[in-house]
Design a binder for this molecule. Structure first.
Ligand code: UDP
Length: 310
């Protein structure tokens, strides 16, 4: 089996490369390193099953030989990046998705889209099932990502329905773990870095907004199951570990082993107030359920950042 992973030097993409190589896949990673990092793949250096191509997948690309899967994982995913490089975010959702779908059509490969809970926007249905259409601001500060991913889903099902391309669509809720860039601005790296450095944890707004955190190993187990299934509609991947950011600050402090100290910053514009996946479909279709507790996942992630800061 040969899999192409766009964004394969990023957090989830590089873990996916590991998971596929462990299953005897040949993997071609295409990444322009705008947010990905080569060091996420450095342990695979010299491995004949990995090929790395530095390229922006929003520009046309081709891959030699037979291809069985194209995993489109390329995209900045942190709200801080939506402000810094919004056009690049848009191009990942739009042009890059088309290039991946076109490649899938040419090669007869399965196209796997890494989508997101952001397609639900600031949801008014809880928990969010795949059948919920969402509540998205198309002209707000998160629009480049939310609407980019919604466009990517629309493109994916259009190629499925009108071009006969095999597709998979995974909607990831907040996923965390080692290899998230420490400075990417998201709450997990921010809180862990701040706790390790003895700084107060920065809560945006009141801290009553909720997220449900999933450990990358569980989420990738779902990715592999979905890829190898024949299910062509969207599937949520996340956990029922929903908590407020105030509670999450407590949990991170406990995982680091320090008393919790927080400081409040202004609320982020259009910040979803509540996010919690309905994961029944993943269970019914794939037999998938997350198994890692928040404290277990956080402790492993803290160890990674501790080593990074040395
Ligand atoms: N957040 C926070 N402090 C931080 C970073 C983020 O309170 O230092 C909040 C943010 O406002 C949001 C939640 O944490 O409500 C998750 O933010 P993140 O950037 O990780 O991703 P999102 O789920 O919003 O895409």
């Amino acid at each position: 089996m040969h899999a192409v992973i766009t964004g394969g030097a990023g957090f989830l993409g590089s873990h996916l490369a590991d998971a596929l190589i462990a299953r005897d896949f040949k993997v071609t990673v295409i990444d322009n390193l705008i947010t990905g990092q080569l060091r996420n793949l450095s342990h695979l250096e010299g491995n004949p099953n990995l090929t790395f191509i530095q390229h922006d997948v929003a520009d046309a690309f081709d891959v030699e030989g037979a291809v069985d899967f194209i995993f489109h994982f390329a995209s900045p995913a942190s709200p801080a990046e939506f402000k810094r490089i919004p056009v690049e975010v848009l191009r990942c959702g739009s042009f890059a998705t088309h290039h991946g779908l076109d490649l899938a059509e040419r090669k007869g490969a399965t196209f796997f889209l890494a989508s997101t809970s952001e397609v639900y926007g600031d949801p008014i249905v809880h928990p969010q099932p795949e059948t919920y259409w969402g509540n998205v601001n198309s002209v707000g500060p998160r629009a480049c990502y939310d609407e980019g991913k919604r466009y990517a889903e629309a493109a994916t099902v259009t190629y499925r329905d009108y071009r006969g391309v095999q597709v998979r669509i995974a909607r990831f809720f907040n996923t965390y773990g080692p290899r998230m860039r420490m400075d990417d601005g998201r709450v997990v790296p921010n809180f862990i870095r701040q706790a390790l450095m003895g700084e107060p944890l920065t809560i945006y707004g009141e801290g009553h907004q909720t997220r449900s955190f999933g450990y990358y190993e569980d989420i990738l187990d779902g990715v592999v199951r979905l890829a190898l299934s024949d299910y062509q509609d969207p599937v949520n991947f996340g956990t029922h570990q929903e908590m407020t950011m105030l509670q999450f600050a407590e949990a991170v402090s406990e995982a680091v082993g320090i008393p919790c100290r927080t400081v409040h910053y202004p609320a982020a514009e259009d910040d979803p107030k509540q996010r919690h996946p309905d994961i029944q479909r993943a269970y019914e279709v794939l037999g998938w359920q997350p198994t890692t507790s928040l404290m277990e996942g956080l402790r492993k992630t803290v160890e990674y950042y501790r080593a990074e800061l040395k």
